[in-house]
Design a protein around this ligand. Sequence first.
Ligand SMILES: Cc1cc2nc3c(=O)[nH]c(=O)nc-3n(C[C@H](O)[C@H](O)[C@H](O)COP(=O)(O)OP(=O)(O)OC[C@H]3O[C@@H](n4cnc5c(N)ncnc54)[C@H](O)[C@@H]3O)c2cc1C
Length: 421
Amino acid sequence: MKPSHVVVIGNGIVGAASALHALRMGCRVTIVDPEPPGSRQASSFGNAGWLSSHSIIPPATPGAWKKIPGWLWDPSGPLTIRWRYLPRAFPWLMRYLSAGWTYPQIAQTAHGLRALLRDAPDLHMDMAKAAGVPELIRKTGLLHAYPSAEDYQRDARLWNIRRQEGITWEDCSAPMLRQREPHLEHRYQCGLYVPDVGHCTNPGAYVQAIMRHVLISGGTALRASATGFRIVDGRLRAVTTVDGEVACDKAVIAAGAQAKMLANTVGDQVSLEAERGYHATAEVPSVGPVTPTMLMDQKVIVTRMTTGLRIAGHVEIAGFEDAPNWKRSEILQRLLVRVYPALNGILRPEQIQVWMGRRPSTPDGLPCIGPSRATTDVIHAYGHGHVGLAGSAHTGHIVAALLTHQRPGIDLTPYSPQRFG
Ligand SMILES: Cc1cc2nc3c(=O)[nH]c(=O)nc-3n(C[C@H](O)[C@H](O)[C@H](O)COP(=O)(O)OP(=O)(O)OC[C@H]3O[C@@H](n4cnc5c(N)ncnc54)[C@H](O)[C@@H]3O)c2cc1C
């Protein structure tokens, strides 16, 4: 059988992983994106780098509705919604709250995410080796820090759901935390170290390296924006772009937070929001976490990257186009100094890079992976929200299996792009 010509729309980490695995399965691959790989506009550029197979709890958890007034009134809080965007975000928000209404719902979502994320560090190491950058993947575990044991207790049911999914960790008392993380503010009294996970030390460079490898291995890149599909008698004939058509018999929608419009053109009304987040990356020497650390009370992650010490996180529901609120990056910078007091006096503004990215987020925290309604020739691969880096490697395998009519080796029901009706 003649190998398929696959057009992958989007060269973020999900598109790059899909392209790599499609090539490995013998497909001809063209990647279409108006921007170069690893560029700042993509969410894949500036994330926190966590390859956290244990990040299986969706963002909305029981009782989240009680926090809505705070989200609306505090524009600098860890989660905010811009007032003028509220009417547009409303349907997504309602789904978001209802998807996390009960603990059994959370457990079900966690089960779906675990299947996708279980092998994330190993699958990423495999891709990084192929791309010639194994040094960008570290499998040294990840740390969660709580101010007190009481704060941890408030999350205990969520950690129990993780335990039921086979996730293990080591509890750290205050002295153990001090020993493990000598620079961390002493306010943090309680830690959970998750050993079997890892991180990427430069997400942008990682995407670039995979894409370079894809091109060296025979893939083609086209700098254009995709607008839709030409489908005849249920079979894909071409992807349409602003610069004309690209003839092909398979396509992958991996357009991140902008995938909704393309999904609509193949009959799937998906619920997808740009969940904006920020980072500040500071070129500072050895001060900071030994193990990448999530500060559980602040909803931020601090990771040492090859480019410096990065603090990343926060959620802002404000649409795709609205201007960034750079005050958030300033808040992150101040927080970094507060949490690692040894940075006091050595963090200078000229050493700091700031960034805003848009997580492609579904309300239930599960991605959309699977064939489209209009034709099985078009595959959806987006909506990974907070875990798109971690989940991209397995997604690439699934996409390649679907493109070549193999079994994906995983139940795709939780990721159905048609689940929103
Ligand atoms: C602050 C922050 C911290 C994060 N931390 C982590 C973390 O630690 N671990 C983790 O796993 N995840 C993390 N994430 C989430 C992760 O970054 C995303 O889920 C992931 O990068 C999404 O990848 P993607 O390829 O789907 O989308 P993107 O990287 O956004 O790429 C989409 C690409 O599609 C292109 N595109 C869009 N429309 C079109 C079109 N019409 N035609 C052609 N191309 C198009 C865009 O130009 C873009 O290049 C974080 C996100 C943020 C914002």
